[in-house]
Design a protein around this ligand. Structure first.
Ligand code: F6R
Length: 599
């Protein structure tokens, strides 16, 4: 997730901006940049990798006296993490930084190219600055030109723009991506994507509403159409980084609806799925798929195997990377080899990918970190766009992986000609509901909190489900054991009778995933068998189940994937609340450290 800062004032502007960006490091980034304007003259610096690289580049640059500046840390979504793609992006007189995704950037870019504009980067952001300069030629009032620019953007954005034509001003706009403005009694003005850079600097801040657009100088802040409601700022930086949540894990569960829409933006259209990352020949001569991954990413892979076979009619085989790499696998060149990894650095997954490459297979990475080892090695990559995941237990990365895989299923199904037009439209319609479903699923948080006090002991947990709810059961069990240190297993519901049911008694907790849209009666009869042996049952279902000791009622949905996403959130919240009640630090469970590289 990118980070944005802005400053208007008399202090040394470069340090002010870079220190602000440092407070946003927790959001993850692969490149960074600043632009500083004094007396109508703008200087800009960018660097790939850590902020120390930007420090190094700017070590001989210092400002004295008043000025304005904007800065940005970038997490690549469109285009590689290079200096050219890093923000700020420049036009002839102006510079812009932007968080979010401009959905209609292709159309705007084409239109501007037809007018002779040259683009330097592969980003969606660059269109903003060129569009603004075109509007500047039409409107003499720069704010009117800025409004005309923002009016033409679809998607999500937090934008800061400076121009030599208004030497003491920052223009700002916000829709869908957070932006905060702060001020103090020294007439300094600050902008940032979260509170952290503003703490200790601004005395009061306003959390901009969606649709806010305005400009600021050291003497004036103007915003439309809703006035800014300034409130005093207090708190510490770590709490601010957690966005007010108790743990990063909680914050990440709560932001899933947002990151999943980022995953979809520009890719899920009304009648189609578009992956610019895959060219038309990508599936040529491919008749099967093999997917390799570890842990949570493996569970996403397993989920997709049901979807690929059902919709795209392609045989799929899923393997745990640490098993695959030592088994002397038989690989045939009609196989598309997919690896899934949040970090892009997991050694077993990387080695599996290397083996597939050596065998001459076509390879595709589904990954969250651009420029990671896995991304660099794979033939093609689809980025999941989850932003950095700070909590050790993977949550939003899983949600975005599953979303990419569902989209890929439909993309392949269309290429294979295995999906009717009507079915495609219906799938896309249901897919577009996912962000809302993820948001609504949070309604059961209080219920999970209350239930957590009953599920702390016993001799273990069985998470059970059928079909795609089996990998989700595996994922629920993994989440719980990882942060609560309680024993938990995921099982296919129909498999319990083949041995594991012998463990059933009142001290065995069964978490039953009972979606209404998929094999409900079958799962129900498996749960009845467990109940007959006195297992304590917690059912997660839109249906009341009279044999359950406890239940979490989910919303009724018409598509299994919507039930899937909702139950995923329930499992995450439940695991987190049980772990918190046990006094555990859910962001840093024992013996675990996340292998994330942010370069
Ligand atoms: C579980 C978790 C791990 C990772 C696994 C693979 O919450 O985070 O199981 O999913 O270590 O990591 P990546 O996806 O980075 O390859």
């Amino acid at each position: 997730m990118c980070g944005i800062v802005g400053y208007i004032g008399k202090r040394e502007i470069k340090s002010q901006l870079i220190e602000g960006l440092r407070e946003l490091e927790y959001r993850g980034y692969d490149s960074a940049g600043i632009a500083v304007m004094q007396e109508g003259h703008i200087q800009s610096f960018k660097a790939v990798g850590k902020l120390t690289n930007l420090d190094e580049k700017t070590k001989n640059f210092k400002t004295e006296g008043p000025g304005v500046g904007i800065g940005h840390t970038r997490w690549a979504t469109h285009g590689k993490p290079t200096e050219l793609n890093a923000h700020p992006h420049m036009g002839e007189y102006s510079y812009v930084v932007h968080n979010g995704i401009i959905e209609n950037y292709r159309e705007i870019k084409e239109m501007l190219e037809d007018l002779g504009v040259n683009f330097l980067s592969q980003t969606d952001t660059e269109v903003i600055v060129h569009l603004f300069e075109r509007e500047m030629n039409r409107y003499s009032d720069l704010f009117v030109a800025f409004k005309a620019t923002i009016d033409q953007l679809d998607g999500a954005y937090a934008v800061l723009l400076i121009t030599q034509k208004a030497p003491d001003t920052i223009f700002f706009a916000r829709k869908g991506s957070p932006m905060i403005i702060g001020r103090n009694s020294s007439n300094e003005v600050f902008f940032a994507s979260s509170d952290a850079p503003l703490i200790g600097e601004a005395e009061e801040v306003a959390y901009m509403e969606d649709g806010t657009i305005g400009y600021a100088t050291s003497g004036e802040i103007h915003a439309e159409p809703i006035a800014l409601g300034f409130v005093p700022l207090s708190g510490d930086k770590l709490t601010a980084q957690k966005g007010g949540y108790r743990f990063f894990m909680e914050k990440e569960i709560y932001e899933q609806y947002q990151v999943v829409s980022d995953t979809m933006i520009g890719r899920v259209l009304d009648n189609d799925i578009v992956f610019d990352e895959l060219d038309d020949t990508f599936l040529e001569n491919i008749s099967r798929i093999k997917i390799c991954a570890c842990g949570t990413s493996y569970h996403a892979a397993l989920t997709s195997s049901y979807l690929f076979e059902r919709q795209a009619k392609m045989p799929v085989n899923v393997e745990i990377a640490s098993e695959f790499r030592y088994k002397e696998p038989l690989l045939t060149d009609d196989t598309l080899f997919i690896v899934i990894s949040q970090s892009g650095e997991t050694a077993d997954t990387l080695e599996a990918l290397r083996m597939a490459k050596d065998a001459g297979l076509r390879t595709l990475a589904i990954c969250n970190v651009d420029n990671s080892s896995i991304v660099r090695l794979a033939d093609a990559t689809i980025l999941t766009r989850a932003g950095i995941e700070k909590g050790v237990a993977s949550t939003k990365a899983f949600a975005t992986q599953v979303m990419v895989l569902w989209m890929l299923t439909l993309f392949f199904a269309k290429k294979q000609g295995t999906i009717a037009e009507y079915t495609m439209r219906e799938e896309l319609r249901y897919m577009s509901y996912v962000p809302k479903v993820l948001q609504k699923s949070l309604d059961v948080h209080e219920k999970c909190k209350r239930l957590s006090k009953r599920y702390l002991h016993g001799h273990g947990f069985f998470f059970i489900g059928r079909d795609i709810f089996f990998p989700l059961a595996l994922e629920g069990a993994l989440k719980l054991k990882e942060i609560s240190y309680l024993h938990a297993e995921g099982y296919p519901a129909g498999e319990m009778k083949h041995g594991p049911i012998a463990l059933a008694d009142a001290e065995l907790f069964t978490i039953a995933l009972m979606p209404r849209t998929l094999l409900y009666d079958k799962t129900k009869s498996n749960v009845e068998e467990l109940s007959a042996r006195d297992s304590t049952i917690l059912s997660i279902s839109p249906e009341m189940f009279d044999l359950a000791d406890d239940f979490i009622l989910t919303h009724p949905h018409k598509h299994p994937m919507l039930e899937f996403f909702e139950m995923m959130v329930v499992e995450q919240l439940l695991a987190m609340e049980i772990a918190i009640r046990l006094g555990n630090d859910v962001d840093m469970p024992r013996n675990l450290a996340k292998s994330v590289t942010v370069e």
